[in-house]
Design a protein around this ligand. Sequence first.
Ligand code: ADP
Length: 264
Amino acid sequence: MRIVLLGPPGSGKGTQSQRLIQSHGIPQISTGDLLRAAVAARSRLGIAAKSAMDAGKLVDDGIVLGMIRERLGLPDIAGGFILDGFPRNLSQAAALEELLRQLEQPLDVVVLMQVNNDELVRRIGGRRTCRNCGRVFNVFTSPPAPGETCPQSGGAHDLFQRPDDNEATVAERLKVYDEKTRPLAQFYDERGLLQRIDAEGDLDDVTARLEAVLTAATRKPPAKAAPAARRARPGTAPRRKSPKNKTARKSSRRSARKTARIRS
Ligand code: ADP
């Protein structure tokens, strides 16, 4: 399945992606993780991205799209993928649509994970990551279990807070989400791809709601074409309704059969 997880920072896209990797056996592609890895490696791309990330702004589309093109070119996406944190604005969404059209791998579903703002701030404020195994915890809601050890180091998890998880940057990230990313809900709704879920409450309940919309999406007919492609072609007559009286309906069916014979 080809899935986009859409939602504000702290809505649980990363956490739920980890679960989908297990249940669906498909890779997660997180532009945030790819960018953080580039920053940690001090690559040219990472250096260019760092200041925007620290300020809670979006990284330049050119950098992000280059990374995505490269990642979607790897063979492990053949069975599907979960996009987490991408696309984040309308131009990224349009570029993704075109790229997936070229790859003949259109999206199956876009899930919007809905969480209220106070809860987002609380979740992000408590978020900590283990430096060694990369697992994400929340010191308020899901801390490491007492005595739990890190599978990488064998000792206790070595937790740190992401530099952009401070109060000022979080406020900016939520503002950027409202301005740039929120309009994507309409973009994907118009394409018949959008599903909304309540992403508050128990983690397992959110996973169950997510799996339910994924199951429903695999059953529905292929998504509608992009609205631009669907717009009436010049000179195309609107479809006529079937005539009301019986004789008229019969003659209309006869002329439809005749047209079909002429066309074939
Ligand atoms: P969150 O969803 O919690 O905000 P992410 O890990 O997805 O965190 O992203 C962290 C930062 O990386 C963002 O604030 C932004 O600066 C940058 N980033 C991630 N994905 C994109 C993207 N698709 N386009 C532009 N910038 C991005």
